[in-house]
Design a protein around this ligand. Structure first.
Ligand code: GAP
Length: 439
């Protein structure tokens, strides 16, 4: 797997594999470079992150609605968006070791970073994956795997307007797969060829765009705070004119300090009326907006927030990971926000007798109706705690002799490791409230 030279990344990657968060794709065949599979705990973590985003960006608001567009779209979409002609990276090859690089990421121009050999001239390499629709493999049947989810929203903007009662300003949110044939995928799931984006496009009146851009910058920073990401590990980077993508008038990166350095987690862009104007031009459909109150007609501007779901998984794993030295012991712990923890509670009978397993199973059944829990009766309770700490389970519930007398259990909290006595009937609400803290 990529990123093996970084000791902190090595530990995270090894934990991910060992505990079933993330595996290399097609591992039994030697692995497929830059593609990863999410295991039983990883799929829960990623889905919780996507749900957290959806709740914050879509469900919480009346001015944003959701969409799930197809990955395959008409090729004209990508001509209009500028991706066919301009979604390229500058590629160079080393004439000696044959390794391939993005020339804009090389420290010493013309010199191979791996062996010092001479590099070829720069070629522009289009990052879109191309395939064919139908039985013929000719130019008329070319389709692309989408390199961003955004275009699915733009081409449905009129459909959403016509089928809902939304009026500008309003937004459309979407979570879905995107594909880029990256020249240099890197750092585990940070940069891969198949990944998921969580994007929201907010349609506004021209002239109010800068104000909305500022609004979304602040809102997205608040979102990461609520997700529990440490403030000192986040920073914000406005793009200079030379860094802007072809569609953007202004851009702002939210960066996180990963174990391999500060890197982009999310981009916020003022895409102006570029996309809708281009789609109007290429499709021949009038995509202007008529404001019934002011009787004005205009092409909306778009403010975009674009976050990577996989990159957020790596962010929360890096942020949550800690190796703690305790008085007599040590532990590895993932300090996930309860909302995104894959398992919400471990449930243990203190011993495998005296009716304790039966009571623990009864609690398990009751809680499992609402969220994932894990029943464990093997080994000493201390070891069971450690196993749950390592996967970020926020609560461990132990059934003991007192439970049999008064229907209370001990609840041990992951981060503070403190224990309190709670009535069995109060367990659901206690955990439910913690999961929903932040909204
Ligand atoms: N629609 C705008 C857009 O796609 P981007 O900056 O190219 O903008 C947005 O991508 C986000 O998507 C990035 O901040 C990152 O989180 C994620 N992303 C982009 N390329 C990625 C890749 N190869 N692997 C994983 N995540 C990626």
């Amino acid at each position: 797997m990529a990123g093996l030279s970084n000791p902190q990344m090595d530990k995270i990657i090894s934990l991910c594999r060992r505990r079933g968060f993330i595996f290399q794709s097609s591992e039994i065949y030697g692995g497929l470079n830059a593609c990863y599979d999410y295991g039983p705990l990883g799929v829960e973590l990623k889905r919780n992150i996507k749900n957290f985003w959806w709740k914050w960006m879509v469900e919480r608001r009346s001015d944003i609605v959701g969409l799930d567009a197809a990955i395959l779209m008409a090729s004209r979409v990508w001509e209009a968006s500028g991706h066919v002609s301009g979604f390229t990276d500058p590629l160079v090859d080393c004439k000696v070791c044959k390794h391939r690089f993005r020339s804009d990421l090389i420290a010493e121009p013309g010199k191979c970073p791996d062996c010092g050999g001479e590099l070829t001239d720069i070629r522009q390499f289009n990052l879109m994956f191309k395939t064919f629709m139908g039985p013929l493999e000719d130019s008329a049947s070319v389709v692309y795997l989408r390199p961003e989810t955004a275009q699915g929203i733009y081409v449905n903007y009129q459909n959403v307007l016509d089928s809902t009662r939304q009026k500008i300003p309003f937004g459309i949110g979407q979570i879905g797969k995107a594909f880029r044939n990256e020249i240099t995928p890197e750092n585990f799931i940070f940069r891969t060829r198949e990944f998921e984006q969580m994007e929201m496009q907010f349609f506004v009146k021209p002239g109010t765009d800068q104000e909305w851009f500022e609004y979304w910058k602040a809102d997205r920073q608040e979102y990461y705070r609520r997700l529990g990401i440490r403030a000192e590990k986040m920073r914000f980077h406005p793009h200079g004119k030379d860094e802007l993508a072809h569609y953007a008038a202004a851009a702002f990166d939210i960066e996180y300090e990963f174990p391999f350095g500060w890197k982009e987690l999310e981009g916020i862009h003022n895409r102006t009326d570029f996309d809708l104007t281009r789609h109007k031009e290429f499709s021949g459909k009038d995509l202007t907006y008529f404001d019934e109150v002011t009787r004005e007609r205009y092409m909306p501007y778009i403010i975009e927030t674009s976050a990577g779901a996989d990159r957020t998984v790596l962010c929360v794993l890096s942020d949550a990971y800690e190796e703690q030295k305790l008085e007599k012991d040590e532990r590895t712990v993932l300090h996930f926000h309860p909302a995104i923890a894959p398992i919400k509670a471990g449930i243990f009978p203190l011993v495998k007798k005296d009716g304790m397993p039966e009571v623990a199973h009864r609690i398990e059944e009751k809680l499992r109706r609402h969220f994932p829990v894990f029943y464990d009766e093997s080994a000493a309770v201390g070891r069971r705690y450690r196993r749950q700490d390592e996967i970020g389970t926020p609560y461990c519930i132990t059934v003991d002799t007192e439970t049999l007398q008064n229907e209370t259990v001990t609840v041990r909290e992951r981060d503070s490791m403190t224990q309190s006595r709670v009535k069995i009937d109060d367990l659901f609400l206690l955990i439910y409230n913690k999961i929903n803290e932040g909204f």
